[in-house]
Design a protein around this ligand. Structure first.
Ligand code: NAD
Length: 294
């Protein structure tokens, strides 16, 4: 059965982006937040983004209005129930996600596909709490969702082939490029990216080179759009630390273990751009300066 209606849980950074691309792709989309203020904040953010696209000339005003008309915000979980696919993008806590799915499951039709946007939690662990593990997949979008083309579509050993194919086709209908992966922490991108970022911190820790020289090396020597330490500042050190710990827990391999310097920075609250300080000081955001760490 082809997907026609979409529900999204969470209208934060990722949920709002997902709701936006679904509505723009022509799907009636309901998005749920925990209170009215957050529903309004999320929808306002989407409206601003759509307006910006019109100003830039990449979207016609009529298309913006049609997309906005397809979007409905709510605080009620039962409003999510009428969809063919529910995409969950709430906080990255297994207990909260399992509670959400447990509450939603009995309200949905048997055909509804459940998808989680988790970056690091086990899809299998969520799927088994729903009573429909065969209709559960991961749909891992990238930030910012309207811009980034990739979606990792992930399956567990219990996912039906037809459901996996349907979710893959759905990502294509959103204008994304889906890749197929299995349920392992980090999927594809973080499996490769996180050890690389952690190695950049280890190189700094061991005195191989300065912050700026490590970043410039990967930019100018490998053509990366930004250096690994700058990228860590963008992602947020707390987020990377959390994901690295989950990956280390699963694989027990040294390359996934967060280096002590990263842990110290997280403990100090130096989480990168969002906290004003990470490997760089963002007091002047347009002109970040490397900090003195050692
Ligand atoms: N931030 C990223 O770059 C990124 C990238 C890919 C995937 N993810 C994943 O996406 C998910 C959301 O991350 P985010 O960065 O958007 O977080 P966020 O904090 O910006 O948004 C999460 C939102 O979920 C809401 N929420 C909490 N419980 C809810 C519930 N039961 N029902 C509805 N809404 C609820 C919160 O109020 C919050 O607004 C996480 O699983 C995260 O791992 C994040």
């Amino acid at each position: 059965m082809a997907i026609e209606k979409v529900s999204v849980a969470g209208c934060g950074l990722m949920g709002s982006g997902i709701a936006q691309v679904c509505a723009l792709a022509g799907f009636p989309t309901v998005v749920r937040e925990v209170n009215d203020a957050l529903v309004e904040k999320g929808l306002k953010g989407i409206e601003k983004n759509l307006d910006r696209l019109v100003e830039k000339g990449t979207l016609r005003a009529a298309e913006r209005d049609a997309a906005r008309a397809r979007l409905k915000g709510t605080t009620k979980i039962e409003d999510l129930a009428g969809a063919d696919i529910v995409i969950e993008a709430i906080i990255e806590q297994l207990a909260a996600k399992r509670e959400f799915w447990r509450e939603l499951e009995p309200r949905c039709g048997r055909h509804t596909i459940f998808a989680s946007n988790t970056s690091s939690l086990s899809i299998t662990e969520m799927a088994v709490s729903t009573g429909r593990p065969q209709r559960f997949v991961g749909l891992h979008f990238f930030n910012p969702v309207p811009v980034m083309k990739l979606v990792e579509v992930t399956r567990t050993i219990a996912t039906d082939d037809a459901v996996f194919d349907e979710a893959h086709a759905f990502a294509q209908r959103l204008g994304k490029v889906p890749v197929r992966a299995t349920d392992r922490p980090g999927f594809i991108v973080n499996r490769l990216l996180v050890p690389f970022l952690l190695d950049a911190v280890r190189a700094l820790e061991e005195g191989v080179a300065s912050i700026e020289d490590i970043d410039n090396s990967m930019k100018l020597g490998c053509g990366h759009p930004m250096g690994p330490l700058t990228l860590l500042d963008f992602v947020g050190h707390d987020t990377t630390y959390y994901i690295a710990n989950i990956m280390f827990e699963e694989f027990k391999e040294k390359r996934f273990a967060p280096p002590p310097l990263l842990k110290r920075m997280v403990l100090a609250g130096w989480n990168g751009r969002k906290s004003g300080r990470g490997f760089y000081d963002y007091s002047d955001p347009k002109n970040p300066k490397p900090v003195k760490l050692l």
